[in-house]
Ligand binder design. Structure first.
Ligand SMILES: [Ca+2]
Ligand SMILES: [Ca+2]
Ligand SMILES: [Ca+2]
Length: 190
């Protein structure tokens, strides 16, 4: 009697253990905290892209805009419908950090002193820090800057302007710009 009961208890225990092990295995795979965090990081690093229509008869007609970020930097790319020379490049990203439709920070790329340059400024043209610009192709370029320059925001919105200075006066005039998006802003969730 005693042996039988002992055997039954052992069998029950074995069953119980087996079912526990199965449950644990199911829970462990594939959503471990490390895997989940890695997945989030990968998702954050994936560029998000937007398309602007072929809508202006200017050398710089915005086509594709992307944003991406990692823990320390934000990067944008711009692609136009036609190839452009370094000397024609004039792009500005206008960032609204507090959702009041007013621009708080500007990231600009211009051809100055014989080369492409980029910087981060406030609306009064006070330089907040450097940005790095590289050509990504005959129709495109990439600019990146430190996240520290925009402070601890979790999300912000931005729009992009391309200036084709067709009258050569170094100033934006009506009919010289392409704006993306045409109204409003793109959202960037950091
Ligand atoms: Ca366009
Ligand atoms: Ca604002
Ligand atoms: Ca002009």
């Amino acid at each position: 009697m005693g042996t039988q009961r002992g055997f039954a208890t052992a069998a029950m225990l074995a069953l119980l253990l087996a079912s526990c092990a199965r449950t644990e295995a199911e829970q462990a795979s594939p959503e471990t905290p490390v895997a989940r965090e890695a997945a989030i990081r990968t998702a954050q690093a994936q560029p998000v892209s937007f398309t602007d229509p072929d809508d202006v008869n200017l050398p710089l007609d915005l086509k594709t805009l992307t944003h991406a970020n990692d823990d320390s930097n934000i990067a944008y790319t711009v692609e136009t419908y036609e190839p452009f020379k370094d000397s024609q490049a004039d792009f500005t990203w206008e960032l609204d950090k507090n959702n009041d439709q007013m621009v708080d920070t500007l990231v600009s790329v211009e051809f100055e002193e014989g080369k492409l340059g980029a910087k981060v400024e406030d609306p009064n043209e006070k330089e907040l820090g450097p940005a790095t610009v590289t050509r990504a192709g005959p129709n495109s370029l990439r600019v990146s800057f430190s996240r520290r320059l925009i402070g601890p925001v979790a999300t912000y919105q931005y729009r992009v302007t391309a200036l084709s200075d067709t009258n050569g006066n170094d100033e934006p005039d009506p009919g010289e710009t392409d704006l993306a998006p045409d109204t409003g802003f793109y959202q960037h969730r950091l």
